[in-house]
Design a binder for this molecule. Structure first.
Ligand code: MOS
Length: 738
């Protein structure tokens, strides 16, 4: 099915199952421990043995010698994979460094060996006996030091490196009010609960990977390319995934080395990365330096806006496209955005939790707060004044498909009690706490991706959906079941959803918050095809037949789905493919974040007291799981503002705090109250579902609302994230948060 003109009324609009808050249909299996994750496929690979990855002890250079004898002689050891015996390997397009390193080393903790043994403990123990000598080279590990050598990136998410409209320099020079500030964000680690994990098994020349992966079809291609085997010989199975956050978009070392290990020892092999291996072995969100200049009139109306971003990656890697949202968010005739990429020899950077906007808005929305103060305009009102209903780079001929930022700001402000905020910083006290409120805009692009599904009715009248879509904790199972139930007029519990298997039709996968809208649209397409088949079988004209109560109806005639399906069942397969609506209309999701903090006058400890937000993201398919997505994302925003930071050892080139004891993320006690309001919106240009993405929207801007609240509480403006106690105290006058 092709979606190339705006949606009209369709069965989803009935809203009997779609749009209703449902518990997750996979919830019981998850909380009772019966949902099998990749490392737990005892059912599928009962005789599996264990691999342990040995990571490089240098960041850059060469392996000069490897001595495996002691490891090979250790108890239970069955084999050791290294570059010397792995056979010829290709490299996929989506990993920058090789997943099995050697003799060349590209980054610290790059996998250089897999030790396979009968037990996990024996494998881990023997891994310590692998002796490797290195010839290290000098590496580049400091973004600030490499900044002047940074160049425009060639690829990656988010369009061209630079954009320019009008005359930024001229307009900025003439502006009545000017903001020119630089902000920094650190390297960050995904920190999803389930580590990278794979069980691999060969049957002759055919490989099966039970693996934690967000994008099944991408990774069939990537592993086939890397192993130099036909794609048809690879099966990937990923029905349950314990969080991804972008870390599992791509083929990683666990999957490749499990496959190589299983081939070497002739048995299934399991490989999981231990938590301390993850930050340096896998990808991370790269640090940024961002300069923002805004020129406005004395009422805060923007005439000139520029956002320049510097980030770094390994040779051939991509940029953190943190200026993306600045191309679309606010008005202004004179505009400039630029991304520059430095070569760094740190572990590879890539997508993490709303790449681009998540850190771009930490800077832009702090700068907007500075502009509001400089103009003496309320920060909510400032954003409303600068709203634009079309792509401000392209002009009015490219409107937004739907854009309810102003509604989000107004409704969110009212619900949060924004009118109680004292605009003058440092005025409000509650015991030993200075209290402040902050606001920030939420913005995240809406991407649509081709997505397919197969759907059938079996002899018992049960509806079955199959697609290689993944559920990474997001609620895909439930919204796909809701879509099928709505389309075929059956209750939710009459639907079985099977996900995450490369034998099923290729879906959009889970990434970039495109999963929900795109994958349900794929089920919509397949269900539309099945409705036609069912109606034809009933002898009804397909466009007149009604599907409800498990029946196909025409006037006072009806036939049960089960009867039409017959003993064989009736199946249909289709995909949703997109025309150029995403080009003709800018498509994005919007919201407004509000935060109230308390800052201890002596210790500068920051406590978030309340977070609230209003969000417009098209039709909300399942308000319960959507809210859960948004509060999780707001929590990530709080982490980015206050604690998340990979600390770089600039001498040796690695992330020092590479475990969950030292890499801090918020816990429940850090987030006492979160309020989420969805603003009603149907986007008829995004898909027949009229939905958009919502998974990443909640992180975008949330951290800036925290930073702006800290400023309002204390009068201390920090521009280097995270806003830790030492930085707040360092910026305060005397020993107290004045
Ligand atoms: Mo997302 S960072 O594209 O999984």
């Amino acid at each position: 099915m092709k979606f190339d003109s705006p949606a009209t009324t369709n069965p989803i609009d009935r809203g009997r199952v779609i749009g209703i808050p449902h518990d997750r249909i996979d919830g019981a299996a998850k909380v009772t421990g019966t949902a099998p994750y990749a490392y737990e496929r005892h059912d599928a690979a009962p005789n599996a043995v264990y691999g342990w990855i040995v990571g490089s002890a240098i960041a850059k250079g060469r392996i000069s010698a490897m001595d495996l004898r002691a490891a090979q002689a250790a108890p239970g050891v069955l084999g050791i994979v290294t570059h010397q015996n792995a056979g010829p390997l290709g490299k996929g397009d989506m990993n920058t460094a090789h997943l099995l390193g050697g003799p060349q080393i590209e980054h610290y903790e790059q996998a250089v060996a897999l030790v396979i043994a009968d037990t996990l403990e024996n494998a881990r123990d023997a891994a310590r006996l692998v002796r490797i000598d290195y010839a290290p080279d000098k590496g580049r590990f400091d973004l600030a030091a490499e900044r002047d050598r940074a160049a425009p990136p060639s690829g990656g998410f988010g369009g061209p490196a630079d954009t320019r409209v009008g005359d930024f320099d001229g307009a900025f020079a003439k502006a009545a009010v000017k903001i020119d500030q630089s902000y920094t964000t650190p390297d960050q680690s995904h920190a999803m609960l389930e580590p990278h994990a794979t069980t691999a098994s060969w049957n002759g020349d055919r490989l099966t990977l039970w693996t934690a992966n967000q994008m099944v079809a991408w990774n069939v291609g990537e592993i086939a390319t890397t192993l130099k085997i036909p794609k048809e010989n690879v099966r990937i199975v990923a029905p349950f995934i314990g969080g991804g956050f972008g870390a599992k978009l791509f083929l990683r070392a666990d999957a490749l080395l499990a496959a190589l290990g299983a081939r070497q020892v002739g048995r299934p092999v399991k490989v999981a990365l231990a938590r301390p291996q993850i930050p340096n072995n896998t990808t991370h969100r790269p640090a940024t330096i961002q300069r923002i200049r805004i020129g406005a009139d004395s009422n805060g109306v923007i005439d000139a806006i520029a956002h320049e971003v510097w980030s770094g990656d390994l040779p051939g890697g991509g940029a953190e496209t943190a200026a993306q949202q600045t191309r679309l968010l606010y008005r202004g005739a004179n505009r400039l955005t630029a991304h520059r990429l430095a070569v760094l020899d740190l572990p590879e950077g890539n997508a993490m939790r709303a790449p681009g906007e998540a850190v771009g808005l930490l800077a832009l929305e702090a700068a907007m707060d500075e502009l509001a103060e400089a103009c003496g305009v309320d920060p909510v009102e400032l954003r409303i004044r600068n709203d634009v209903q079309y792509d401000p780079e392209a002009g009015p001929q490219r409107p937004f498909s739907s854009r309810k930022l102003v509604e989000c700001l107004r409704l969110g402000a009212e619900r949060f009690g924004w009118n109680r905020r004292n605009p003058k910083p440092g005025q409000v006290r509650d015991g030993r706490w200075r209290i402040g409120m902050g606001v920030a805009t939420a913005f995240r692009n809406n991407l649509v991706m081709k997505s397919g599904a197969r759907i059938g009715v079996d002899a018992g009248g049960r509806v079955i959906v199959e697609t290689d879509m993944t559920d990474i904790g997001t609620g895909s199972y439930t919204i796909l079941a809701q879509t099928a139930a709505e389309m075929l007029g059956v209750p939710l519990d009459a639907v079985t959803v099977r996900l995450g298997d490369s034998r099923f039709p290729v879906s959009a996968g889970s990434g970039g918050q495109w999963g929900a809208n795109s994958s349900t649209a794929g089920v919509y397409a397949a269900a539309a095809a099945l409705r036609t088949k069912l109606a034809e079988k009933a002898g009804f004209p397909a466009d007149k037949a009604l599907f409800e109560d498990g029946l196909v109806r025409l006037g006072n005639q009806s036939q049960p789905l089960a009867q039409l399906a017959g003993r064989e069942g009736l199946w249909a397969e289709d995909s949703m493919d997109y025309g150029d609506l995403a080009k003709r209309y800018a498509q994005a999701t919007f919201g407004a974040h509000f935060c109230e903090v308390g800052v201890d006058i002596d210790t500068a400890e920051v406590r978030i007291r309340r977070m609230g937000g209003a969000f417009a993201a098209g039709r909300i398919l399942n308000p319960k799981s959507a809210r859960s997505q948004v509060i999780g994302a707001m929590t990530m925003g709080a982490g980015a503002a206050l604690m998340e930071e990979l600390v770089v050892d600039k001498r040796f080139g690695f992330f020092v705090n590479h475990d969950m004891a030292e890499y801090l993320v918020p816990v429940h006690a850090d987030i006492p109250e979160q309020d989420v309001l969805f603003v009603e919106e149907l986007d008829d240009k995004s898909s027949p579902m009229k939905a958009k993405g919502v998974g990443e929207l909640g992180i975008c801007g949330a951290g800036a609302a925290v930073a702006n609240a800290i400023y309002n509480a204390t009068g201390i403006r920090l521009r280097d994230y995270p806003l830790t106690i030492d930085r707040i105290l360092g910026a305060s006058s005397g020993h107290r948060v004045a």
